[in-house]
Design a binder for this molecule. Structure first.
Ligand SMILES: [Fe+2]
Ligand SMILES: [Fe+2]
Length: 273
């Protein structure tokens, strides 16, 4: 198998036609049999892979700033609009969250990890949004199939806990804004859009009929501001566990295709199902 075929498997699983801006083949490779997969990959991890005889490294998070990242972050707008947020409000929320990302991207040493992969002649790719979109679908199925008109926010947490990744993780989905006993109301799984939408996206949802927003994680300052305003609930699902919900099916498919896959960096301690 080659790196393009590996990427293609992820795209097909997510229903994407093109490689999204937060995912990329940095160093292409052919005849791949042994894969090292980590949520975060740096230069040290590439060297470990080389030493241990792997012939490809796959990261989840973009190693060193993906220049198409904002394109994926903008998917928040589509999800908000699908939930009834007016497009101009959604775009304004996006602009607010995009600003710090754009600044970080501009200052990042974007080629650092990739340059070492080239030097080591180690095939390297990262698969981010495709896995997260698969994860969102699984979380939606787990939550929406169990939601009743009188469900509480705690019921949303309990529905997420039916997924093995959340059961096994030392982090548990928790109610970061609002209260567990509040009615869940309309729920959105705001995941698979590059990163969470922070205060601006949650506020846009709360102002337009959504009562409970589920993120993988949320900056404490953003959570405090939402808590002060008291308009809705935020469930934080847990970053590594939440990422693994979408990564595990991908790793399973790679194994079914005949690859030997070792999970590290968040993909090891939660197990591969
Ligand atoms: Fe992710
Ligand atoms: Fe992540």
């Amino acid at each position: 198998m080659n790196t393009q075929e590996i990427m293609q498997i992820a795209l097909e699983m997510a229903g994407l036609k093109e490689i999204p801006g937060d995912s990329r083949i940095y160093v292409p490779g052919e005849n791949i049999r042994r894969v090292l997969f980590g949520i975060d990959i740096g230069v040290a991890e590439l060297w470990v892979a080389k030493q241990l005889g792997y012939d490809c490294v796959i990261a989840h998070h973009p190693p060193g700033g993906a220049f198409g990242f904002l394109e994926v972050l903008h998917w928040h707008v589509d999800q908000m609009v699908a939930y009834g947020v007016p497009r101009e409000v959604a775009e304004a929320a996006y602009r607010e969250i995009a600003e710090p990302w754009a600044a970080r991207q501009h200052s990042a040493n974007y080629d650092h990890v990739a340059s070492f992969a080239r030097l080591l002649e180690m095939p390297l790719l990262n698969v981010h949004a495709p896995c997260d979109l698969v994860g969102r679908r699984i979380m939606e199925e787990a939550v929406f199939s169990r939601l009743r008109p009188d469900s509480t926010v705690q019921d949303v947490v309990d529905a997420l806990l039916t997924l093995p990744e959340f059961q096994r993780a030392p982090t548990r989905p928790e109610v970061r804004v609002g209260r567990p006993e509040n009615p869940a109301g309309r729920v959105v799984i705001a995941h698979g859009n590059g990163s969470n939408g922070g205060y601006p996206v949650a506020k846009a949802y709360f102002d337009h009929g959504v009562n409970t927003v589920c993120y993988l994680h949320l900056d404490p300052a953003h959570a405090a501001r939402l808590q002060r305003e008291g308009k809705g609930n935020v469930v934080v699902m847990g970053h590594m566990a939440g990422d693994m919900v979408g990564i595990n099916p991908f790793l399973r498919r790679l194994r079914e295709a005949g690859l030997e896959v070792t999970g590290v960096s968040g993909a090891a301690d939660l197990g591969i199902f």
